[in-house]
Design a protein around this ligand. Structure first.
Ligand SMILES: [Fe+2]
Ligand SMILES: [Fe+2]
Length: 276
């Protein structure tokens, strides 16, 4: 019983419980992919700061105090898990945008989220079983308290605090001024009708007054780049079909990266306002 208390880390469990709550909420939002994307973005930020903390403080401490971890509990395994979580998290957000803008079946989003959930669960179990339990046995009370205090201070965005704001953002004109022209563009791209656009993406997307000067200027540059790419794409229509398909993928991915930048700019602005 005593050993069990030593090995379990309530502060770490609370962090992972917050990730699980985010996943559970996203599971209810697969048919609202933009909201899913925003919540996914918050979850990814929370995971990012948590993993950076573990990589910079917890894992070096583990390496220093535990001399012979089993292969499944090696430092390399934890780094590999984190890398997979980062990659899969980015993929999940990308699928959310594709579900919204390319009208992909929400079942793919649900499946991708399920796989991400399994990955996080597996990683959490590995941390419980090897990393934190071993640290609990090896660290003296003072060092352990220092880790727990630092872990509880890692920056995070609580779901309840942001939930209402994200829901309002999805409905706002500022947000829709970016996403609606984007959706039109995706549709024209799919139908091979980009030549027929009478207004450029750049002009159709209205830059939100909520963004900082710097973000507006970055987004303006991204939109100009997108406009040039689309122009190039339209010019190669009669060439090799593989080349056309390749260029189409490029335009598609590039436009998606622009919309992601815009959405993140909204989120950063909300967080900044929150901090003031
Ligand atoms: Fe971790
Ligand atoms: Fe963790």
């Amino acid at each position: 019983m005593i050993e069990r208390n030593i090995e379990s880390w309530a502060v770490h469990e609370a962090c992972h419980q917050m990730f699980d709550e985010g996943l559970a909420l996203m599971l209810t939002q697969v048919s609202e992919p933009l909201l899913f994307f925003l919540h996914g973005y918050v979850l990814r930020e929370n995971l990012r700061t948590h993993m950076e903390f573990e990589e910079n403080l917890v894992l070096p401490l583990y390496e220093e105090t535990v001399s012979d971890p089993p292969p499944a509990g090696s430092v390399a395994e934890f780094f590999d898990d984190h890398e997979m979580i980062r990659r899969h998290g980015a993929h999940l957000l990308d699928i959310a945008l594709q579900t919204e803008f390319k009208e992909i079946e929400p079942s793919l989003l649900r499946q991708t989220l399920g796989a991400f959930d399994d990955l996080l669960e597996h990683h959490h179990e590995r941390e419980r079983k090897y990393l934190y339990s071993a640290l609990g046995r090896h660290l003296d009370a003072g060092r352990r308290a220092a880790v727990e205090d630092a872990l509880s201070e890692v920056e995070r965005f609580p779901l309840e605090e942001y939930r209402g704001q994200l829901e309002a953002l999805v409905q706002s004109d500022d947000f829709r001024n970016l996403t609606i022209p984007y959706r039109d563009w995706c549709m024209m791209l799919r139908r091979g009708q980009l030549h027929d656009l009478d207004e450029s993406f750049e002009a159709a997307c209205q830059l939100s007054p909520l963004w900082s000067e710097k973000e507006r200027s970055v987004l303006q540059k991204l939109l100009s780049r997108d406009a040039r790419l689309v122009e190039t794409f339209c010019a190669i229509q009669d060439e090799d079909p593989r080349e056309v398909a390749r260029e189409e993928r490029k335009v598609d991915q590039t436009l998606r990266s622009t919309i992601q930048y815009g959405v993140r700019a909204f989120f950063r602005e909300m967080v900044t306002v929150e901090d003031d």
